[in-house]
Design a protein around this ligand. Structure first.
Ligand code: NAP
Length: 312
């Protein structure tokens, strides 16, 4: 599995840089890096030279897996060429996430769905990934009836350039924002959280409401979550369920900064929802948006598919 031929497209970006590091740390050695013509020729850590991601270069790259983090329009243009060349593409943009027939995968929640791909597996939104890592086990235990979520999202979620702007700003200028496109009276980030959560959990009618907020934090998204369950579930029971859940780490107070040093979803503040008249719980999470929220989740999908190939 470790000698699989892997291409990282978008290798110079915020997510791509983390992808390259994680692949190296996990022992993948046969890795090529691609980006746009702007950074073709750049030499990355480890001496890998960035190649230009043209349709022909991707179709003839001869790789097993192509990990894309280039944005929606570039993914729409380039992913089909990598697939034409025989690669399985794991795409981190929103281009294919809701396409029927394209699996949208969080390995801990619906990993087996990845095997149903027809060349493309989609990696969910950076808030949806940690949210479903928490909702999946709670649903299995007591049935989800309703979900409300408010997010506090780091600036690196907007990419490497926006992160640099934050670091260059006077802290007195820092503010909250809602810097997404609008989809009626919601941000498109809120729409993604609804639709992707329903698809991953296979609960197409799940009532779910989200408010997404950008905060002046470099790395690490946090989320306040209120769930109503079909069956009673005490905070103590929810705590022991989540303690056993893969990629979840219980802490007293999850923070973005603490999450940025782990591969896990940090979960805490598990308590009764005092505004609920049913089986309501409130909890809080934090997760590194560049790591488990993006790069690591995609690598775990890739490793799941490569593991199948080795076992076959
Ligand atoms: N940041 C996050 O927390 C996060 C989380 C989940 C998913 N995502 C998704 O991941 C993708 C990348 O996000 P990012 O934050 O890493 O953005 P970023 O820092 O702006 O990086 C974008 C990368 O894409 C490359 N690129 C852009 N247009 C290209 C093209 N036409 N052909 C080839 N390469 C191209 C850039 O290369 P150059 O150096 O040549 O410009 C750069 O390597 C987006 O779809 C985003 O929605 C991001």
């Amino acid at each position: 599995m470790r000698d699989a031929r892997i291409a990282v497209i978008g290798a110079t970006g915020a997510v791509g840089a983390v992808t390259m590091r994680l692949l190296r740390e996990r022992g993948h050695e046969n890795v090529r890096a691609f980006a746009s013509s702007r950074s073709a020729g750049t030499v990355l850590d480890g001496g890998i030279v960035v190649e230009e991601a043209t349709p022909d270069a991707l179709a003839s790259a001869g790789v097993d897996l192509a990990l894309f983090s280039v944005g929606t329009s570039a993914s729409l243009e380039l992913v089909p060429h990598a697939v034409r060349g025989g690669a399985v593409a794991v795409d981190k943009s929103s281009a294919y996430r809701l396409e029927p027939g394209v699996p949208l995968v969080v390995p801990e929640v619906n990993g087996p769905r990845a095997r149903e791909h027809d060349g493309i597996v989609a990696n969910p939104n950076c808030c949806t990934i940690p949210l479903t890592c928490v909702l999946g086990p709670l649903h299995e235990a007591a049935g989800l009836k309703r979900v409300r979520v408010a997010t506090y999202q780091a600036v690196s979620g907007k990419g490497a350039q926006r992160l640099q702007q934050l670091l260059d700003e006077d802290p007195a200028e820092h503010d909250l924002s809602m810097d997404w496109s609008w989809d009626g009276d919601e941000t498109d980030e809120e729409s993604k959280i609804h639709a992707e959560t329903r698809k991953i959990l296979e609960l197409p009618d799940l009532p779910i409401s989200a408010t997404t907020v950008r905060v002046p934090v470099p790395v690490g998204h946090a989320e306040s979550i209120w769930v109503e369950l079909e069956e009673p579930l005490s905070p103590e029971q929810a705590t022991s369920i989540l303690a056993a859940a893969p990629s979840v780490q219980l802490v007293d107070v999850p923070t973005p900064r603490a999450s940025a040093q782990t591969d896990d979803v940090l979960v805490g503040r598990i308590r009764p929802d005092r505004a609920s008249d049913g089986n309501g719980l409130a909890l809080f999470l934090a997760c590194d948006n560049l790591n488990k929220g993006a790069a690591l989740n995609a690598i775990q999908i890739a490793e799941l598919l490569l593991g199948d190939r080795v076992a076959a």
